[in-house]
Design a protein around this ligand. Sequence first.
Ligand code: THG
Length: 262
Amino acid sequence: MLIIGELINGMYANIGKAIKEKNKEIIKKCALEQINAGADALDVNCGPASRKPAEDIVWLVEAIQEVTDRPLSLDSSKPEVIEAGLKALKNKSIINSTTADQDKLDKLIPLAKKYNSKLIGLTISTKGIPQNKDQRLELAAMIVSSCVEQGYPVEELYIDPIVMPVNVAQAQTREILEAIKEFKIISEPSPKTIVGLSNVSQGAIARNLINRTFLVMALESGLDAAILDPLDRELLDAAITAELILNKQIYCDSYLEAFKKK
Ligand code: THG
């Protein structure tokens, strides 16, 4: 599984403050902590309070690149903010994200091609959030066909079913797991799949337990990537163990340590 660290997000008070005060040390420390904990890539999101997100994302990208060359996932609903980040980025990139709206697809797929970037496609549109598996599949198929039409490799596309908090949309969680399975049969080659894991437990009490149980189930459904908190050791251990049981990791008595040294 591709692990994308979620912690560089202006939604968190410490990061929001660091962006405001232009404190690079906080950002660099957060980047390194996540990588040392096992993150393969880092999500970069200026947060809802940012007044100048196109400037803030460039500042974040520059700070992070001082300490790592891991891929960065540029997380914004505004194509111009993503483009500003792409211009500043020397590392590999993940565009997070396009929706299933034609105007977004027509901006972001060409950007993904131009910058050789992976692309996350959300199964959501201006018509609203999907209410079941079939609506998710319909939106995913629209994203996939737009990639094929525009000559973007579908293997580089990550479809995100939009994870809803289990405390407000309990019946959705099962639909999401089934959608993850079925995204794979939309096309050949098939797109990859990704979730924003922490969404599932927002507002709930037993957050870590809900996150790791859902992640294990999603891995069984074939999940390829997750945006998550890599500092949650039990979460990562559960994911590594799920991959062992699914025969995606080689067993040895010290498999957890072996994974961490990868
Ligand atoms: N899909 C994609 N990208 C995404 C998401 C997704 N990016 C943003 C988000 N969802 C993933 N990242 C987070 C980061 C934090 C939290 C949830 C998802 C979170 N934060 C605490 C909260 O809201 O309770 C904030 C705690 C604090 O303020 O300290 O849960 O789905 N492609």
